[in-house]
Design a binder for this molecule. Structure first.
Ligand SMILES: [Ca+2]
Ligand SMILES: [Ca+2]
Ligand SMILES: [Ca+2]
Length: 192
């Protein structure tokens, strides 16, 4: 099932963290994330200070994730290790009680999706984010997922605020309920 807890964990590992695509998380993914996030934040520019800041954030993040999840201490975090860390530290907890490494990652992710930096993820930004991970022949598929994701409060606000993104992201990785709207945070999911 595309929306199952297991599949959502695989999705996070595959599309959010394992950006060099070798099937596991390691230091290199986080080095690549520092480069990627700098380019996105600075809209193609690459100022040294911004990069060094991102590099520091990502090195710290990797060290914390490794400490929480690299159970066999081989320098890599595989899907099972990541899942066990999520079950231990996140399942059944609100965002505020997540380990710092997860919280920092989620806030960073919000920054990279909120391209215009107005503190809100709108439909245009959602579409731009969703198409970086999958291909669609019909825009309605993306927009339907957006409509399932949004609550009436989100609709009234015109999109997703940071606190709301934190809530949705934490439900995406830590709520086993497959009918929860947070399942659509990253667009229509496919089975991995
Ligand atoms: Ca990797
Ligand atoms: Ca390991
Ligand atoms: Ca925005």
């Amino acid at each position: 099932m595309a929306l199952s807890f297991e599949n959502r964990i695989k999705y996070i590992v595959r599309y959010m963290y394992d950006i060099d695509n070798n099937g596991v998380l390691d230091q290199n993914d986080f080095d690549c994330l520092a480069v990627k996030n700098t380019i996105i934040e600075c809209k193609g520019d690459f100022p040294k200070a911004a990069f060094e800041n991102n590099q520091l954030i990502m090195r710290n993040l990797w060290n914390e994730i490794a400490e929480l999840a690299d159970f066999d201490k081989n320098g890599e975090v595989d899907v099972d290790e990541f899942k066990n860390a999520v079950i231990t530290h996140c399942v059944g907890k609100p965002f505020a009680d997540f380990p710092n490494a997860f919280k920092a990652f989620i806030e960073n992710q919000f920054k990279s999706v909120d391209v215009d930096g107005d503190g809100l993820v709108g439909l245009n930004e959602y579409r731009q984010d969703v198409i970086t991970r999958a291909a669609f022949s019909d825009i309605a598929v993306i927009d339907n997922a957006w409509n399932k994701l949004l609550s009436d409060t989100d609709r009234a606000a015109g999109g997703i605020t940071l606190p709301r993104y934190q809530e949705l992201f934490s439900n995406f990785i830590a709520n086993k309920d497959e009918s929860h709207p947070s399942c659509y945070l990253f667009g229509p999911l496919m089975k991995l």
